[in-house]
Design a protein around this ligand. Structure first.
Ligand code: C2E
Ligand code: MG
Ligand code: MG
Length: 405
């Protein structure tokens, strides 16, 4: 694919400088705009796949936030490099917003952009697909096809390990649902969970995730029988928590499978928590009364106040991976991670650092006092059969971390 550069900046001097820097890197063909509207029209009328858009966040007439919204509307499929003279926190906020819009954002840089920064970006493959593919590139499935897949039991669970940061010991696994699609391969939840929620199918899916023939409880039973002392976590949606009988369903299913309730952990995503707070608090509290553990997931991405957080007896707080991964090089993220971990400790909760991808992430989360780590650095989600060999591998990896045996 040929890469095509577009520069958008209201400051003629910045455009000139950028052109010169690009041409020093051998990139001569650059389309530039001083205003957003013509740039948007230009982008809206052609395929955007191979385009690298380098754009200023602050322009007269349209601000960077509106611009990101426009790019999302025209389903801009190219790569985006944001530049701005604004302070680092504004740039980071814009970056998060671009991410939330599913845009392929490659960098958010402060002006003036150095030639080295630009060189690095140009040399990395700018058109390569994002690891977490955006919702544009990967459309969701229809409610009908998901309904059929539930009936035909086409879902499977993968399990991601969670380890204690002091000892490195495996403390539990999180069950993550995947759709084993007959023709499309293994499909990740981002492409079917929200459709299932909107179509009223999520309760059936959750119930199979927990108690189905391929579900978490039958696997938990096998592991416990094999002498593995771990907790099994599963994710629930808000729609599950507004069912008053949900706790009874979980308790009965666990008893039927011979799994002690203390071995279960229910994860609730923070942003979904507060839609129906009263019923959710009722249901969650009754789960907790039965000794099932509760975790608040993706902490930092929702809107719950501390008061709401305190009104539910959570055992664990999972700090969202957007704050954990790369925290050592981002001040705002560092502050969020370390403050979240302190709040949790003060409230008597344990913390899980999600998205530990590198040794730096690990070291930083450990310094912050996070109790558990989860992320690709420790282990990716895997089929249940993979856990034993992961454990052997982790045993070796642990040694490099100089943790007690
Ligand atoms: P989550 O519960 O926050 O799960 C963590 C997600 O982050 C998983 O994505 C996992 O693969 C990914 N992840 C873990 N470590 C890393 C890392 O180091 N780097 C990166 N980049 N990613 C990491 P997955 O499996 O695609 O699941 C996405 C979300 O879908 C889950 O987020 C959860 O909210 C939802 N989900 C998964 N299974 C179920 C389910 O059975 N029911 C419901 N209602 N939601 C589910
Ligand atoms: Mg989770
Ligand atoms: Mg999470």
């Amino acid at each position: 694919m040929t890469i095509h550069y577009v520069v958008l900046d209201d400051d003629p001097f910045s455009v000139k400088l950028m052109r010169r820097q690009l041409s020093a890197l051998g990139i001569m063909e650059v389309q530039s705009f001083h205003e957003a509207i013509p740039a948007m029209e230009y982008l809206a009328t052609r395929p955007t796949q191979g385009i690298v858009l380098i754009c200023d966040l602050q322009m007269p007439g349209i601000d960077g936030v509106e611009l990101l919204r426009h790019l999302a509307t025209i389903q801009f499929a190219g790569a985006l490099i944001l530049v701005s003279g604004e302070d680092q926190r504004i740039i980071e906020a814009a970056q998060s917003l671009a991410d939330a819009h599913g845009l392929n954002i490659r960098a958010a840089l402060r002006k003036p952009v150095s030639s080295d920064q630009l060189k690095q970006l140009v040399e990395s493959d700018l058109t390569e697909a994002r690891p977490e593919t955006s919702s544009f590139a990967m459309p969701s499935y229809s409610a009908d096809s998901i309904r059929k897949a539930i009936e035909q039991q086409q879902f499977v669970l993968h399990y991601q390990p969670k380890v204690d940061m002091m000892s490195g010991k495996l403390s539990g696994v999180e069950a993550l649902v995947r759709w084993q699609h007959p023709t499309d391969g293994l499909i990740l939840p981002e492409r079917f969970i929200s459709v299932a929620e909107e179509a009223g199918l999520i309760e059936r899916l959750t119930r199979s995730v927990i108690a189905g023939p391929w579900g978490a409880l039958q696997q938990a039973h096998k592991w416990i029988n094999a002498g593995l002392d771990i907790q099994i976590a599963f994710n629930v949606s808000m729609d599950d928590l507004v069912q008053y009988e949900f706790p009874e369903f979980v308790v009965e299913s666990a008893l039927n499978h011979g799994v002690p309730l203390a071995k279960l952990l229910v994860e609730v995503t923070e942003s979904r928590l507060m839609v129906e707070p009263l019923i959710a608090i009722d249901v969650l509290t009754r789960l907790r009364l039965r000794r099932i553990s509760l975790a608040i997931d993706d902490f930092g991405t929702g809107h719950s106040s501390l008061a709401q957080l305190c009104s539910i007896p959570f055992d664990e707080l999972k700090i969202d991976r957007q704050f954990v991964h790369g925290a050592s090089s981002n001040k705002t993220h560092r502050v969020v991670t370390s403050a979240s971990s302190q709040i949790a400790a003060q409230l008597g909760m344990k913390t899980v650092a999600e998205g530990i991808e590198t040794r730096e992430d690990w070291d930083f989360a450990r310094v912050c006092g996070c109790t558990y780590a989860q992320g690709f650095f420790v282990g990716k989600p895997m089929p249940a059969e993979g856990l034993r060999s992961w454990m052997e591998h982790w045993q070796e990896a642990r040694q490099a971390l100089h943790l007690p045996a």
